[in-house]
Design a protein around this ligand. Structure first.
Ligand SMILES: Cc1cc2nc3c(=O)[nH]c(=O)nc-3n(C[C@H](O)[C@H](O)[C@H](O)COP(=O)(O)OP(=O)(O)OC[C@H]3O[C@@H](n4cnc5c(N)ncnc54)[C@H](O)[C@@H]3O)c2cc1C
Length: 431
C-alpha cells in the first residue's frame, strides 16, 4: 500500500470531495455503514434493493428464514386453479445482483443498545440501521379449539402462501359436488383487507365450472368490508348473489358471523348466535405483528408504532419497521403499501447517513381483486404525511375504487392490470 504523503492526501481528499458531492461520504471516511434487514418479503426486499441503488457504499445484509419468497398476493388464484404456487415463488439471486448479502436464518433477537441482530443459527450482525419487515403473526388464542397444528393439518388459514394454500386447494378439489366451504374472515386490522372476499370469489370461480351446486359462506367478524359494493356487484352478476340460489353468502357480525370456537373433528364453527358446519373450513385468524417484533420490544399493543416520516420505530432508535407489522394508519396492510414504505425508509436511512434531514414522504397503494373470469376491481390512493398527527392521509381526489357498473371491457382490463401489477411489484422488490 502506498503511504500517504501531503500530495496523495490532497488528491485523495479532492477525490473524496467529488465522491461526497455524488453522495458517497462514508466511503471517504472509510467507514462503510451497515444495514441489517430482517425479513425478505415485500418491505425487506424493496428496502434492501433501494438502499443499494441509492447509496452503493452501504453494506446491506438481508436475513430471511426461508430459501425463497412465496407471494401471498395472487395466491387466491391457486384456489381457482388459475395459477400454481410455483408461479408465485422467487429466489433471492436478483437481490444478490445488487450486492445485497442474503442470509438464510431466523432472527431471534435485536439488541438496540449494542445495535446487534442475533439469529437462531448463532450468528450476530452489527448494524448502523436495522430494518424489520417480518409480516403478521396470528392470535392463536382468539378462536377456541383452533391452533397452529390444526391449521397445518386440516383447517388451513392459508394466509401465508405455501403448503396451506395447496392443502386448501386440494380440499376444495376433493369436496363433493354440493359441498359447503366456510371462510372465517378476521376483524380489522389484518393483512390484505379485500383478501377474504377475493378468496371467496376465486373458490366460486372454480366451483361454478366444477361443482355448480356448492355453497361458500363467509362468516365475518365485521359489518363492512373493503370494496364491498364492487364485490357485491360482481357476485350478483357472476354467482347469483342476493337470490335463493346464490353460490356465495356473507354473514356479517350483526347477523351472527363472529366465531368463538371450533370443533375440528366435525369442522363445526361455534358462533355467537348459531353453529355452522362445513365440508371445507378456512379460518383466517385475527392478526398482530410477527413474533420477532414482540421479541425485539418494537410493539405497542398488537403493532409497531413508527415515525411515519421515516418509519423509524418510536420505541427504539435506528430500527425501522415496515409493512404489515407497522402501525401505518391510514395505509392498509398491503404489498404495495409495504413497497412504498420501504422506499421512504431507504431514502430516510441514506439521508441520515449523509447527515441530511429526511424529505416529506408521499406513499401510494393500489390493490386489485379478481372476482371472476374477466372481472377485476381495484382501489387506489396516493397519501401524504400529516406530520402534526403522525398520520398518513389519502390526498383528496388522488384515487378511489374502480367505477360501479363498469363496462365488461373495463372489468376485463382490470384483470390484466392485476396481473401486470403483480409482475411489476415482484420486479421492483427483488429483480
Ligand atoms: C391471500 C392474500 C392476498 C393478497 N393480495 C394482495 C394484493 O393483491 N395486493 C397487495 O398489495 N397485497 C396483497 N396481500 C398482502 C401482502 O401479501 C402483504 O401485505 C405483504 O406481503 C406485506 O409485506 P411485508 O414485508 O410486511 O411482509 P411479508 O411479505 O409477509 O414478508 C415477511 C417476511 O419476513 C420473514 N420473517 C418473518 N420473521 C422472520 C424472522 N424472525 N427472521 C427472518 N425472517 C423472518 C418471513 O419469512 C417473510 O418472508 C395479500 C395477502 C394475502 C394473504
Amino acid at each position: 500500500m502506498t503511504p500517504l504523503n501531503r500530495r496523495t492526501f490532497i488528491q485523495a481528499a479532492g477525490g473524496g470531495a467529488a465522491l461526497a458531492t455524488l453522495g458517497f461520504p462514508s466511503l471517504v471516511l472509510g467507514a462503510a455503514r451497515r444495514v441489517v434487514v430482517v425479513g425478505g418479503g415485500v418491505g425487506g426486499c424493496t428496502a434492501a434493493k433501494y438502499l443499494r441503488k441509492l447509496a452503493p457504499d452501504i453494506a446491506v445484509t438481508l436475513i430471511e428464514s426461508k430459501p425463497a419468497y412465496t407471494s401471498c398476493f395472487m395466491s387466491n388464484e391457486v384456489l381457482s386453479g388459475d395459477r400454481t404456487l410455483q408461479s408465485l415463488t422467487f429466489g433471492y439471486d436478483g437481490l444478490r445482483g445488487y450486492g445485497v448479502e442474503v442470509i438464510e436464518d431466523s432472527v431471534v433477537g435485536i439488541d438496540p443498545e449494542r445495535k446487534r441482530v442475533q439469529t437462531a443459527g448463532g450468528s450476530r450482525f452489527d448494524y448502523d440501521a436495522c430494518i424489520v419487515s417480518p409480516g403478521v403473526g396470528f392470535k392463536w388464542d382468539a378462536i377456541e379449539g383452533y391452533d397452529e397444528q390444526i391449521a397445518n393439518q386440516s383447517i388451513p388459514h392459508a394466509w401465508y402462501a405455501g403448503p396451506q394454500t395447496q392443502l386448501l386447494r386440494n380440499q376444495i378439489e376433493s369436496m363433493p359436488e354440493g359441498g359447503h366451504v366456510i371462510i372465517v374472515a378476521p376483524p380489522n386490522p389484518f393483512k390484505c383487507p379485500p383478501g377474504p372476499y377475493e378468496r371467496a370469489s376465486q373458490i366460486a370461480l372454480y366451483c361454478k365450472h366444477h361443482k355448480p351446486r356448492a355453497k361458500i359462506t363467509i362468516l365475518d367478524a365485521k359489518d363492512a368490508f373493503s370494496k364491498q359494493g364492487l364485490y357485491i356487484e360482481g357476485w350478483t352478476k357472476l354467482y347469483g348473489y342476493g337470490t335463493d340460489d346464490s353460490m356465495i353468502q356473507w354473514v356479517s357480525a350483526a347477523q351472527g358471523g363472529a366465531i368463538e370456537g371450533l370443533d375440528a373433528s366435525t369442522r363445526t364453527l361455534v358462533g355467537l348466535v348459531e353453529d355452522f358446519q362445513g365440508d371445507v373450513v378456512n379460518i383466517i385468524p385475527p392478526q398482530k405483528a410477527n413474533a420477532i417484533a414482540f421479541a425485539a420490544d418494537l410493539v405497542d399493543g398488537d403493532w409497531c408504532p413508527v415515525d411515519k416520516r421515516t418509519f423509524e420505530s418510536t420505541r427504539h432508535q435506528h430500527i425501522y419497521v415496515l409493512g404489515d407489522a407497522s402501525s401505518a394508519s391510514k395505509m392498509p396492510k398491503s404489498a404495495y403499501a409495504a413497497n412504498s414504505q420501504a422506499k421512504v425508509a431507504a431514502a430516510a436511512i441514506a439521508a441520515r447517513f449523509q447527515g441530511k434531514e429526511p424529505g416529506d414522504p408521499t406513499f401510494v397503494n393500489t390493490c386489485y381483486s379478481i372476482v371472476g373470469e374477466d372481472f377485476g376491481i381495484s382501489v387506489a390512493a396516493v397519501y401524504s404525511l400529516d406530520a402534526e398527527t403522525n398520520s398518513i392521509e389519502p390526498i383528496p381526489g388522488s384515487g378511489g375504487v374502480s367505477p360501479a357498473n363498469a363496462s365488461p371491457e373495463i372489468r376485463k382490463r382490470e384483470v390484466s392490470y392485476a396481473h401486470s401489477w403483480f409482475k411489476n411489484v415482484i420486479n421492483d422488490m427483488m429483480k
